[in-house]
Ligand binder design. Structure first.
Ligand code: ATP
Length: 454
């Protein structure tokens, strides 16, 4: 658990970093943006959030707890069954009691109170723009990053001279006044989104939508998510958002069941047209070929950095038995591991070992997130790094620095987190070898330098 906590922030930064590299840096058809969190209130009128961004909420009349009505069927419910003299049962969500046939009408938490009729509840956080509250305009913390992209469409088009198809990508905080936050970072009121709005010629939208679904579905396994834990779920017609022609969700098998990781929607030309209408300023693209102005369609892959990080963590978590003891490992892809290399001195009282290890740490740190640790025995230090998911440990020992009996061999040992195999390499080529290992070349390095098989 300690490892998990320590791993969180660094892993999330890495998830965002690889998403940005793959979605923006490596693509000629994408630009990055960082738009405002607070925008003119009419943005939220135009986007439909003021009218439609609601969840149905029900209250328990007895214990006063609140629930999202549309999620109630996903959670188990507590039932005191009269057919079995009031025995208490916990029944899976969506199912009826086997004994009396009753369906859920009572509170899922206390099992006693009646639930109220659903009321629509707007999820946007309100705030005031302007120094004097009474005169100030009411506005909202953004509930998604997407609208900041739409209102900047023309700026980007003009300043970056983009040609269709092209995308604008953004990573940033979004805020939703969720009725039932929970499941660790799965649902929180303040979270980070990684969103792309990809603008295409009308008529090519369905093909581009499918391309983005395929691309995003293939992205998660590239960084370690097991394919059997991922699935695509098409939105039913009656479930589609008001702006969407088709939406597919990428779902992950979280510990609480299959749940959304990312949504990929064909939003048509709805948003650009709405913002044009509300702002009085056309949001169009001039097509050189046909000499016509058109309103592009937009495909939106919208991922959550917090949900993504949680999925990568859950998938990486692994327990095994080694020599009669439990070993906890976060089996992270090296790109996602919060610490890439740990340098560990075998003897913390040997000054030459400590000095060499600290010098190596300082050198490696210029390229990777690297730590030095001498606060426990080597076995304990290895376990600590396994728990936090560090792919490689470098150990400096007596042979490295030499002693009265033998001269220094100037070599260090690198240990692989997953296999616990070790290689002994010259210190002078350590950085170069670690770079190879980060690229997955362990078999080559092991062939050249491997020494121990566990
Ligand atoms: P849900 O149905 O679970 O409430 P949603 O369909 O409202 O999610 P979207 O509006 O499609 O979610 O948002 C895109 C992505 O942003 C989601 O796939 C998810 O990864 C992330 N996200 C949305 N709401 C939250 C939240 N409250 N906490 C963490 N991440 C969230």
């Amino acid at each position: 658990m300690l490892g998990l906590r320590a791993a969180w922030r660094g892993t999330q930064n890495n998830v965002k970093r690889v998403w940005w590299r793959d979605s923006v840096q490596n693509r000629a058809d994408m630009v990055g943006l960082d738009s405002s969190i607070l925008m003119h209130p009419r943005v939220w009128q135009a986007s439909g959030h003021l009218d439609h961004f609601t969840d149905p909420m029900v209250d328990c009349r007895a214990c006063k707890r609140r629930f999202r009505a549309d999620k109630l069927d996903e959670d188990p419910w507590v039932h005191f069954c009269e057919a079995t003299k009031g025995n208490k049962f916990t029944i899976p969500g969506g199912e009826a009691c086997k004994h009396c046939g009753k369906k859920r009408t009572l509170c899922p938490a206390c099992g006693k109170g009646e639930l109220t009729e659903p009321r629509q509840f707007n999820l946007m956080f309100k705030t005031f723009m302007g120094p004097v509250e009474e005169d100030a305009a009411v506005t909202y913390l953004r509930p998604e990053t997407a609208q900041g992209i739409f209102v900047n469409f023309d700026n980007v088009l003009q300043s970056m001279r983009m040609k269709l198809p092209f995308g604008i990508a953004q990573i940033g905080k979004s805020f939703r006044n969720e009725i039932t936050p929970g499941n660790f970072t799965f649902r929180s009121r303040e979270f980070e989104q990684m969103e792309i709005e990809f603008f295409v010629m009308p008529g090519t939208d369905e093909e581009w939508h499918q391309r983005w679904i395929d691309e995003r579905f293939a992205w998660y396994p590239r960084y370690g998510i097991r394919k059997e834990n991922l699935r695509l779920r098409e939105h039913e017609k009656d479930e589609l958002a008001h702006y969407a022609k088709r939406t597919a969700d990428i779902e992950y098998l979280f510990p609480m069941g299959w749940s959304e990781l990312e949504g990929i929607a064909n939003r048509t030309d709805f948003d650009l047209k709405q913002h044009a209408q509300f702002s009085g300023k056309a949001l169009e693209y001039f097509d050189e070929e046909t000499k016509q102005k058109i309103v592009p369609f937009v495909i939106e892959p919208s991922a959550g950095a917090d949900r993504g990080t949680l999925a990568f963590l859950v998938d990486a978590y692994h327990e095994e038995e080694v020599k009669g003891e439990k070993r906890v490992v976060l089996n992270f892809h090296p790109e996602l591991a919060p610490i890439k290399v740990a340098v560990l001195p075998l003897l913390k009282k040997n000054e030459r070992i400590v000095e060499t290890a600290k010098k190596l740490t300082a050198e490696l740190r210029t390229r990777w997130y690297c730590v030095y640790d001498d606060t426990a025995s080597i076995g304990r230090l290895y376990r600590r790094q396994d728990e936090v998911g560090t792919p490689f440990c470098v150990t400096v020992d007596v042979q490295t620095v030499g002693d009265d009996k033998a001269s220094a061999d100037e070599k260090v040992t690198i240990r692989d987190r997953n296999t616990m195999d070790q290689v002994r390499v010259p210190m002078s080529s350590l950085a170069e070898i670690i770079a190879k290992l980060m690229d997955g070349a362990w078999p080559d390095v092991f062939r050249d330098h491997g020494i121990t098989k566990h």
